[in-house]
Design a protein around this ligand. Structure first.
Ligand code: ZN
Length: 247
């Protein structure tokens, strides 16, 4: 069933400086073709040091959000498997005009308030990663950058001088804020987070939810599955198999 023509290839060499530039080149060389997880890791790997990056998911998110490329996954197309991606066209969506930035003076005040640490808070607990430290999750050096707390500010022109509307965020939380934080509801976008998770992480989430919700009696997933028709059961099986196939 597998048609080799559907799959792209690494044309390279991709010696661009940043992971994002190398991945952009990979996708542009393979318009309409499937780009696999393996190809992405290979191209994202530093051509000089051979260091394999763990944060290529974030770079793909940036190709979508910062550069406006529409990169499809198996959520968008049934013929794509988990860990397969496709860029259909080199056209880019209009990206919101360049954001306002804090003045150097304002940014200095923010960093002072933040004590040079990431100010992201979840459940009352601050991230607290320090500028220049090693990120224990993503690896690499922590770099704090300014984040505007109210995305659609009424007075954007007065904001660059107002430390109160800015916060310092580490790279990981900038990505979470940009991709997974829904400013309309003030909540994390759970579906987007799960979509970006690896197959192993999805499995963990799935096991956790099954255990958690069945013991609290909120969802009897087995009961739901039992009540499905044969074709619905097959569809459910295909869906789960797709998620769990990739080790
Ligand atoms: Zn953080």
């Amino acid at each position: 069933m597998t048609d080799q023509n559907r799959y792209g290839s690494i044309k390279g060499p991709y010696n661009q400086k940043s992971i994002r530039q190398r991945l952009e080149a990979l996708f542009l060389d393979n318009l309409g073709k499937i780009v696999t997880h393996e190809m992405i890791v290979k191209v994202a790997t530093d051509p000089e040091t051979g260091k394999e990056p763990e944060n290529w998911h974030q770079r793909i998110s940036e190709l979508r959000t910062d550069l406006g490329y529409t990169i499809l996954t198996n959520r968008d197309r049934r013929d794509l498997k988990v860990s397969e991606y496709m860029l259909l066209t080199a056209d880019r969506r209009d990206i919101a005009s360049k954001r306002v930035k804090p003045t150097p003076h304002t940014w200095k005040a923010v960093l002072k308030r933040a004590n040079d640490t990431c100010e992201w808070r979840e459940g009352g607990i601050a991230c607290g990663l320090k500028e220049g430290a090693i990120d224990p999750v993503g690896g690499g050096t922590v770099r704090l950058t300014p984040d505007h707390m109210t995305p659609h500010s009424i007075h954007p022109n007065s904001d660059p001088g107002n430390p109160d509307v800015w916060q310092a965020l580490c790279g990981r939380h900038q990505v979470i804020k940009k991709n997974f934080w829904d400013s309309m509801t003030g909540k994390l976008n759970v579906q987007a987070i799960l979509q970006a998770a690896s197959a192993r992480e999805k499995q963990e989430a799935f096991n956790f939810l099954l255990g958690y919700l069945s013991s609290s009696g909120e969802i009897e997933i087995v009961t739901i599955l039992q009540s499905l028709s044969d074709s619905e059961k097959r569809e459910a099986l295909d869906f789960l198999r797709d998620f769990f196939d990739e080790g």
